[in-house]
Write a protein that binds this ligand. Sequence first.
Ligand code: C2E
Ligand code: MG
Ligand code: MG
Ligand code: MG
Length: 283
Amino acid sequence: HAKDMGRNGFQFFSPEMNRAAMERLDIERQLRDALKLDQFALHYQPRLDRNGRVTGVEALIRWNRPGHGLQPPGRFIPIAEESDLIILIGEWVLATAAAQLVAWQKAGIEMPSVAINLSARQLRLAGLPGQIAAVLQDSRLPAALLEFEVTETMAMENPERASRLLGELRDMGIALAIDDFGTGYSSLAYLKRLPFDHLKIDRSFVAGIAHDQNDVAIVRGTIALAHSLGLTVVAEGVETAEQLALLKSADCDEFQGFHFSRPLPADELEVFLGKHSQTPTPP
Ligand code: C2E
Ligand code: MG
Ligand code: MG
Ligand code: MG
């Protein structure tokens, strides 16, 4: 637009766009040092079954960005995804989650599984299964303690390659989940060819179920179909008791969301686990 142009007519970016581009460059530059400066942290969000038992946690990365405070992944993962930085970050996440599992084992804290989010670039790495196997061996952890989450969009980018790599992980005894289900354009008919164990319903549908009959229909249909394909279903973004009740009546298997707990640093999660094991909700 003409109004976005400067006096000389050669300014293609509005001041806001310039600011956004500068900010992005800034993040990119700072991200490159973040690993060696130890600025990343994992927070853990519990997932519960219908009886209120914790079935595992999801590891969610945060970045303690100098001068900006704790940043959610949405602020930096997409930028890291544009270079090999995401591979290094992915390795850090894997190593840190494994170390945390070992620490919990040593402390006698029962943790059935830790779920790790994979990036699109990691899913293209033929060496990923080997890398994961090495981490498991070094930490002497059983593969069954690890789970990986992949969005349907990532899996559909190159279904053959994804199928091969995910198959290798599955063969190692690692559980796999389709993340953010419903936000992409894939069909369950196609996804069933991939070796998934769990399906996570995107929180945008969960957000609507208390007032939108379409979302209720989508959630019920997805759960029924997923079950018929042998997948267990996790609802993400459960924020209210009403949503939980509706999801339970739709036969949903597991639940994750602020209604139970936000993602927490490991020590705070331990407090949650301690409190929670004393007050299990009846079936
Ligand atoms: P995701 O895997 O779908 O993770 C769930 C997101 O929903 C998390 O956001 C979590 O904090 C948020 N959430 C959980 N319960 C609720 C709720 O009740 N209400 C609302 N409004 N939100 C809830 P977060 O931590 O900002 O992560 C965003 C995304 O970043 C993740 O989505 C995942 O795709 C990606 N991500 C996180 N950690 C990693 C990582 O280590 N590696 C990679 N590659 N991606 C990551
Ligand atoms: Mg996830
Ligand atoms: Mg998700
Ligand atoms: Mg999501």
